[in-house]
Design a protein around this ligand. Structure first.
Ligand code: HEM
Length: 157
């Protein structure tokens, strides 16, 4: 089950990646072209919210009970989390940056429901989604990264 969850978590990265791009583009175009906020905007933002929350839940499981989970890993003698690049990334940097990104996605989606002018909805959501996107890109263990590299797709090495 654990491997399956890791694979799901890995694939969800691409779903979030593309949904965030569409959300950002739609928010920007709505803001710049003074569009009326419509159901298609709400739908894309909602999907972005749902998939990022799903990824978060799977991530929580991996963080605590995965193969390097906090609850079933004993750090090697003399190692501390913050001094070890591998564990610092998986236990601190990745979860923390992704958590902030997901909070920003939640705030971005929240703009859909706020009783504010449409231009404000688009503008604020644009910034929330853009910063979330930058954080997600920065915290993904891309294959070209040092120490924490993972494949582009599950099973691809
Ligand atoms: C937008 C949110 C997130 C994205 C895009 C994302 C992306 C990824 C990717 C691409 C991997 C590597 C998968 C592989 O080995 O093929 C990974 C692993 C992992 N993620 Fe996330 N993640 C997100 C959120 C989170 C959160 C919020 C947590 C913790 C609360 C988390 C915990 C983990 C852990 C512990 C692993 C490593 C598991 C293992 O190697 O056994 N992730 N994540």
């Amino acid at each position: 089950m654990e491997t399956g969850l890791l694979h799901i978590h890995s694939v969800l990265r691409w779903v979030i990646f593309f949904l965030l791009i569409v959300s950002i583009v739609k928010a920007y175009s709505g803001w710049m072209n003074k569009k009326v906020f419509g159901p298609s905007d709400r739908k894309v933002w909602l999907f972005t919210l749902i998939f990022s929350h799903l990824t978060f839940l799977v991530g929580l499981y991996l963080l605590f009970l995965g193969r390097f989970g906090v609850l079933n890993t004993t750090l090697p003698e003399g190692t501390s989390v913050m001094k070890d690049k591998f564990f610092r990334f998986w236990w601190v940097e990745h979860p923390f940056m992704m958590l902030i990104a997901i909070l920003l996605v939640t705030l971005g989606y929240g703009m859909a429901k706020k009783p504010v002018p449409d231009s404000t909805k688009f503008k604020k959501a644009f910034w929330f989604f853009l910063i979330a996107f930058i954080l997600v890109i920065a915290a993904i263990p891309w294959p070209f990264r040092d120490v924490v590299a993972r494949p582009w797709f599950p099973g691809l090495h």
